[in-house]
Design a protein around this ligand. Structure first.
Ligand code: NI
Length: 257
């Protein structure tokens, strides 16, 4: 059975309130060895920490989501900094820019993004990047802030190979989720084919972005096996090998022993 690492999940999401423990058990049965859960605002950071404390194979990332930028208050950045001392907190994220949902002005998003990159450098943790319709500004800010010092993950990557190369140059891993399994996903499949094996990660972003054939339904961590399958076909290697490599990449990125 492949040994899998879901590097981006939202298991504390209300969509799992009815069956969270069963869903996590299904992930284990599917071969999932490790999960990083993402806390991205005042509500989900504590629930993410709680999950990481309950399950030894669940780790936590904490950060302030770009869509929530406008709601960041005095003290929140210090709170995140403090939580970075927690033994299960392995990254700062998800952070970045989101120009799709018009909830936070761009200048506010830029400011919150920059502050968190600086914090990541201060505490020496990798960053998990959320980028929606903001490729140019994300790359520019990562460069201006010397984010290559900490590197991290381009989460659910949806950009071009050209942009991916810039991310690779800045010490980022490229992570693929459900959308790469969609029949019409020509560009993501091409990008995945080009990403070096030692910089490739897989994730679900569950409960969102379910892979084929569950597209449009609730996603869950067990489905990371479907993403591994697609990725292994594109790379022309066995799913076991693809899983082993991406799991080791995740451990390297998050410095999990
Ligand atoms: Ni997410």
């Amino acid at each position: 059975m492949p040994v899998l690492f879901d590097t981006h999940a939202h298991l504390d999401s209300p969509q799992f309130d009815e069956d969270r423990a069963e869903m996590i058990a299904r992930a284990r049965e599917a071969g999932v060895e490790l999960i990083v859960n993402i806390g991205f605002d005042r509500k989900t950071i504590p629930t993410t920490i709680a999950l990481a404390e309950e399950y030894d194979f669940i780790y936590a990332a904490v950060g302030w989501h770009p869509v929530e930028s406008i709601h960041m208050q005095a003290g929140d950045l210090e709170w995140i900094e403090e939580l970075c001392q927690h033994p299960k907190v392995v990254a700062i994220g998800e952070i970045g820019l989101d120009y799709h949902w018009d909830t936070s002005p761009k200048e506010v998003q830029h400011e919150v993004f920059r502050k968190q990159i600086r914090l990541a450098k201060k505490v020496n943790k990798p960053i998990i990047i959320h980028n929606r319709d903001a490729h140019e500004d994300v790359i520019r800010i990562l460069k201006e802030e010397d984010a290559s010092e900490v590197g991290g993950i381009m989460h659910c990557y949806s950009g071009s190979w050209e942009t991916a190369q810039q991310c690779l140059d800045m010490n980022f891993y490229i992570s693929f989720g459900g959308p790469v399994t969609f029949k019409n996903a020509r560009v993501p499949k091409e990008v995945l084919a080009n990403v070096p094996l030692d910089r490739l990660l897989i994730e679900t972003d569950c409960p969102y972005l379910a892979p084929h054939p569950h597209r449009g339904k609730r996603n869950e961590t067990a489905f990371v096996s479907l993403i591994a399958e697609t990725a292994s076909q594109i790379k022309g290697i066995s799913v076991e090998k693809l899983a082993a490599i991406t799991t080791q990449n995740g451990k390297n990125c998050f410095r999990i022993k």
